[in-house]
Write a protein that binds this ligand. Structure first.
Ligand code: 2HA
Ligand code: ZN
Length: 275
């Protein structure tokens, strides 16, 4: 087991869970994380897979471009707090069948259980992001970010309104997410509807806000995905703090300032969101 836990992918996965817990984003069993293995990850991990994988489980969704891939996933009902303390009980590695419509557990969840309740959502969004990024996307991360959630009670629930509020809340934001963020209206978690609605947004954006629920981000590696989550949540916190002063917004980063940042840093800011 210790060999498995020393593989770079598993170390990165456990660190990300701990970092998210330390941020206060994962009360109880809140949030979920999945990572698509590289060939090198698979080679390093395969010796530790169980001799007998569990049975195939149909996902009810298909990601043809992910047939034959492997993921590390947090377990349904498992706590981020416990991932580092008891990884073999808290997370699993799953193999996807060639058709891309079923998984089976090849390691982890030793006391039983299934991958995260949001696994179909993660899986479909991996499929979308793998297409959108030419194969670069490997991480999908969902967290219960309090300040982002708070803003979904007071800002209009549009991609444009949220993106502009976040971009203008901290100077680095347009550099970190020049493409902006999508907003998914309140929906029942864990179901096909929220999966499909999120996929529509993630065709266009690296990150989406789930109204009254949290944030959903993607990225090529753990640091980039976590950094995106952290940057969005910190921007939301600054906006909440500024509004909480109760004196309105007196001055902000203007649209031409955003254009100037994008020019200076060589990023392609989503011009349709600028006035
Ligand atoms: O409990 O966060 O969205 C896991 C979740 C579901
Ligand atoms: Zn959630």
């Amino acid at each position: 087991m210790s060999g498995m836990l020393n593989t770079p992918a598993m170390k990165g996965f456990m660190k990300t869970c701990k970092d998210g817990w330390d941020q206060g984003w994962h009360e109880r069993n809140g949030g979920n994380l999945t990572y698509r293995l590289t060939d090198a990850d698979l080679e390093a991990m395969r010796p530790f897979f169980y001799a007998e994988p569990r049975e195939w489980v149909s996902m009810g969704v298909t990601g043809a471009n992910l047939g034959g891939s492997y993921f590390i996933a947090t377990g349904s009902g498992k706590y981020f707090r416990n991932v580092e303390l008891n990884p073999e009980d808290s997370v699993c590695v799953v193999e996807i069948n060639e058709a891309g419509d079923s998984y089976r557990i090849v390691w982890g969840l030793i006391n039983g259980g299934r991958p995260t309740s949001e696994f179909p959502t993660h899986f479909m969004n991996h499929s979308v992001r793998v297409s959108a990024t030419g194969g670069a996307c490997r991480v999908i991360y969902h967290a219960h970010t309090a300040n982002v959630i708070a803003l979904t009670y007071v800002l209009p629930l549009t991609d444009r309104d949220f993106t502009r509020a976040l971009w203008k809340s901290a100077t680095e934001c347009p550099v970190v997410f020049p493409g902006g963020v999508g907003v998914v209206p309140w929906m029942v978690p864990g179901g096909a509807d929220i999966a499909l609605a999120t996929c529509e947004k993630m065709k266009k954006y690296e990150a989406s806000i789930w109204a009254q629920h949290g944030t959903f981000v993607s990225g090529p590696d753990f640091d980039t995905a976590f950094g995106l989550m952290h940057t969005i949540e910190k921007a939301a916190q600054i906006h909440v703090l500024a509004l909480s002063c109760g004196m309105g917004i007196r001055q902000t980063i203007e649209d031409d300032d955003l254009r100037a940042i994008a020019r200076e840093f060589g990023v392609d800011i989503r011009e349709e969101f600028l006035d």
